[in-house]
Design a protein around this ligand. Structure first.
Ligand code: EPU
Length: 427
């Protein structure tokens, strides 16, 4: 696999506009929905990121074909994608695919619904215990699927899935999406309760409705799905990526910067806007846009990650980098994932003063950041380190930067356009 090093000469002010791409985490389940019909889905505003390419490759292995000028020999090249799966050839997700993106679990429900069978690789531990997809599996089992572990594969079989009344034991984004897709083709009515409320879930539901599914919200956390015999092709535009928008909004708040974020959905970023207001950051909200300027003294703040509409775990690392510039001690509590502070040690190499105590990080600011050689471990941590490198004096090198491209479309290019001195080289 190709990997990259990002090098940054920090301390250059960022100024100008940046356009937000489509939401990776909406496009992923929407691509999986290609399994639900033999007809074509046409998706617009699909982000050009690695996780999407891997999902497209997984679909091709299942029998999906690209159509027209947007046909994809190697994954999406443009932002528009037209895909159809006239036949689901072999309902199999290989270890190579599953290792690269966990989102391949989103194929489980749709494959079962389409052909009553699925084999999905679950590398890295016992699939049913440690991988934490137990709520997906519980729901599918209740719908009539038989699921067992076979080596590193999860093997599922069913006749036609049947409707159920199911309350998720805990909030899960892809779990909600998996069961919504499965229920769309199930026999009878499914009521899903305690569902994740992330905007990406509602966007998937909108696509399913466009495909002829009978999917309806009942309040904020319940979906009622009356199963159909078949779904048809549809066209759909993916919502803007709130995490990418939030990342550039945070970038604008560092000293000396003046960044406009365009093509965003401010309604999806209420929790971030609240925190930035508490920090007294200079942020203006417009129609589909933000403007953030650095320069004011930033107050410290406290944040707790929560399911939507709470503060997203996917912006926790980036906000932590901004907290290093606030005047005092900020607190970050991570409640969604139990190992999501790996960026902290790397930020400390840049001169930050952050201490992790259990599920909380204490960030002492303001820190004078200086360049360093860093190694990134995951997608959002990568963005946090890039923000740190931009704010640091001197050169920062970030190794294993493949991670960044899993979910950010051309971040180096977008930052260069804002005036950053940033380059990528092959590792
Ligand atoms: N959980 C369970 N059992 C389950 C499912 C989840 O215990 O069956 C636990 C998880 O272990 C975790 C929490 O519930 O502690 C939330 O997990 P969730 O299922 O909501 O996460 P996900 O669906 O696997 C999606 C995003 C993530 C994002 C999380 C939380 C996609 C493709 N991925 O993951 O995105 O962090 O929701 O909002 O939608 C990213 O884009 O960088 C990213 C990691």
């Amino acid at each position: 696999m190709r990997n990259f090093i990002i090098s940054i000469r920090g301390g250059r002010p960022l100024a100008g506009s940046v356009a937000v791409a489509g939401a990776k985490n909406a496009a992923l389940p929407e691509l999986a929905a290609v399994c639900l019909t033999p007809e074509a889905l046409e998706l617009a505003n699909v982000p050009q990121v690695e996780d999407i390419r891997v999902m497209a490759a997984a679909l091709r292995a299942l029998g999906a074909e690209g159509q027209g000028e947007d046909a994809l020999p190697d994954g999406p090249r443009g932002h528009r994608l037209r895909l159809a799966m006239p036949q689901l050839r072999a309902p199999l997700v290989t270890p190579e695919i599953a290792r690269t993106t966990r989102a391949s679990v989103l194929l489980l429900g749709p494959m079962l619904a389409r052909c009553g069978e699925a084999r999905v690789s679950m590398p890295g531990g016992c699939p049913i215990g440690e991988r934490k997809i137990d709520f997906h599996l519980l729901g599918l089992q209740r719908m009539g699927a038989e699921i067992r572990a076979e080596g590193e594969y999860l093997v599922a079989r069913c006749r036609r899935l049947r409707g159920i009344d199911f309350s998720f034991p805990g909030k899960t984004v892809t779990g909600t999406e998996n069961l919504l897709m499965a229920a769309a083709l199930a026999e009878g009515t499914t009521v899903l309760r305690n569902c994740a409320r992330e905007p990406e879930v509602a966007d998937l539901a909108a696509l399913l409705v466009a495909m002829g599914a009978d999917v309806e919200p009942d309040g904020e956390e319940t979906w009622v799905v009356r199963g159909r015999e078949a779904l048809h092709g549809a066209r759909h535009r993916v919502i803007p990526d709130r995490i990418e928008a939030g990342t550039y909004l945070i970038a604008g708040c560092f000293a000396g910067n003046d960044v406009r974020v365009e093509g965003a959905e401010p309604a999806h970023l209420g929790s971030l806007l609240e925190i930035l207001a508490a920090m007294d950051a200079d942020v203006e909200v417009g129609a589909g846009a933000f403007r953030a300027r650095g320069g004011r003294r930033l107050r410290p703040a406290a944040v707790v990650t929560e399911p939507y509409p709470g503060f997203p775990t996917d912006l926790q690392a980036q906000l932590t980098t901004l907290f290093t510039q606030a005047d005092g001690v900020s607190r970050v509590r991570e409640t969604i994932f139990n190992d999501r502070f790996r960026h902290v040690g790397e930020l400390n190499r840049l001169g930050a003063a952050i201490e992790v105590r259990g599920d909380e990080a204490l960030v002492r600011g303001p820190a004078r950041l200086h360049g360093a050689v860093l190694r990134t471990t995951d997608l959002r941590a990568s963005a946090a380190l890039v923000l740190g490198g931009l704010a640091a004096a001197g050169e920062t090198r970030i190794e294993n930067a493949y991670q960044l491209f899993r979910g950010y479309e051309d971040m180096p290019g977008k930052l260069q356009a804002l005036g950053a001195e940033i380059a990528i080289e092959e590792e």
